[in-house]
Design a protein around this ligand. Structure first.
Ligand code: HAM
Length: 420
């Protein structure tokens, strides 16, 4: 039996890959304008990195990581479930803060989580992420969200809503957590089994539970925004003010719960109603304290990650067209085929995409292929054309033709393609 791909891990085929390239190109353009530089880290890291950063009591660390011992059996390794922790590890290891007090980094690549696959949720998925290290000023929170907003405008997706929240800090969150635990305790019998088990270790997750009983039980739950300390309240107020100043639309969602433990203060999600239950297209927040907890310098940080598969699903029908060849050579006879082969190579070297038939097909079938590939121009090369040194160059869009010399074809095609 033929071997198939692993469940939840998908091929990205020609025809779809153009959309991915478009999304990646726009990242380079937009993020570049905001001063971000690309960073690439390994797919596999020491397991401890994720346990210490994402948190032992999270779904990711508890049940979703692809973890294995390497051949020495001494090292526990994990395929990265997200990009922030590896970037922090690299930032600390390479002492990037000594090169510049402010680091703006972005990355694109595959992440791995052993989740139940469904539309918009996969076991290998891709993130476009951005992280800013070294700035506490709430202006950077707003700037990062402005960049996210700008990116979505550039790629033509506007059916998303930006939701923001503040999760407080180590000063104010413990008291809120305790208040929430006491509240949940008073309704323990109405919570689902999962929540009864986790409300002590991860009470915020209960706010996010989809089970109707839990939803009902938490309707009146105390809000984190009513329990912020002075510093967090001020920070959140400034983020909102700057967002309004930049005319970035947003709503407050005080029940937003993030599945990773490193967040403090500002958290946010870009949500859509187009993807069923997997409604977050991008998410992130501030993680002051994370770098220090990984034995790096005490520097604040904030970032986000976009789920690329979800972007692609949302772009849907509005696919970026596949690259069409600039010219297709249809040939008759061995000599003409060889001449076309050389001409094709010269054109390709000049950056003009050219195609031909390699299988000795009939002229009719070659022209069918030229049409299928949507070639911009085609020409038929046979004995007669070789002798006269001239060919009919057919403009496939206009259905018009012109006689052109074989000598100078490369420069002529260069002119035609650059003016198209
Ligand atoms: P996250 O919320 O776990 O955050 O993931 C960010 C985004 O990745 C999600 O909003 C979603 O679009 C996409 N995503 C997550 N899991 C899957 C999956 N199984 N299949 C498809 N898409 C998925 C983080 O990963 C943080 N590192 C974000 C961040 C960066 N925070 C600060 N900096």
């Amino acid at each position: 039996m033929a071997i198939s791909a692993i469940k939840g891990m998908n091929d990205i085929l020609p025809g779809d890959v153009e959309t991915w390239q478009f999304l990646e190109q726009k990242v380079r353009e937009v993020f570049g304008a905001y001063g971000f530089n690309e960073i690439r880290t390994p797919i596999v890291e020491k397991t401890e990195l994720f346990c210490r950063s994402i948190g032992e009591a999270t779904d990711i660390v508890e049940k979703e990581m692809y973890t294995f011992a390497d051949k020495s059996e001494k090292n526990s390794l994990t395929m990265r479930p997200e990009g922030t922790a590896p970037v922090m590890r690299s930032f600390i290891q390479n002492r990037l803060h000594t090169l510049d007090p402010v680091n703006k980094l972005y990355y694109m690549g595959p992440m791995f989580r052993y989740e139940r696959p469904q539309k918009g949720r996969y076991r290998q998925f891709h993130q476009i992420g951005a992280e800013v290290l070294g700035v506490e000023n709430p202006m950077i929170d707003a700037q990062l969200l402005a960049m996210l907003h700008h990116y979505f405008c550039e790629i033509g997706i506007d059916s998303v809503q930006l939701q923001v929240n503040s999760l407080g800090c180590p000063e104010c969150r413990p008291a809120y957590r305790q208040t929430l635990i006491s509240y949940l305790e008073s309704r323990i019998d109405t919570l689902c089994g999962d929540c009864q088990r986790r409300y002590q270790t991860n009470p915020l997750r209960v706010l996010d539970c989809k089970v109707p009983g839990c939803k009902e039980a938490t309707r009146e739950a105390p809000s984190v925004l009513d329990h912020l300390c002075g510093g967090c309240e001020e920070h959140f107020a400034a983020v909102k003010k700057h967002l309004s100043g930049l005319e970035i639309p947003f709503v407050i969602n005080a029940r937003m719960v993030r599945g990773l433990d490193y967040y403090v203060r500002t958290t946010f999600e870009l949500v859509t109603d187009q993807l069923g239950s997997q409604n977050a297209v991008a998410a992130g927040g501030r993680y002051d304290g994370l770098v220090e907890s990984l034995d790096g310098p005490a520097l604040p940080g904030i970032g986000f990650a976009i789920g690329v598969e979800r972007l692609v699903l949302m772009k849907g029908e509005a696919k970026v067209p596949a690259k069409r060849p600039d010219i297709f050579f249809a040939t008759m006879g061995d000599e003409a085929t060889e001449k076309a082969f050389v001409l094709m190579s010269q054109l390709q070297r000049a950056g003009i995409s050219a195609e031909m038939d390699y299988q000795g097909k009939s002229l009719k079938s070659q022209m069918r292929r030229a049409n299928k590939l949507a070639a911009r121009y085609s020409l038929v090369l046979g004995e007669q054309e070789l002798e006269s040194g001239e060919v009919e160059l057919k403009d496939m869009d206009q259905s018009s033709q012109q006689k052109v010399a074989l000598v100078g074809l490369v420069s002529l095609m260069g002119q035609l393609c650059s003016s198209a």
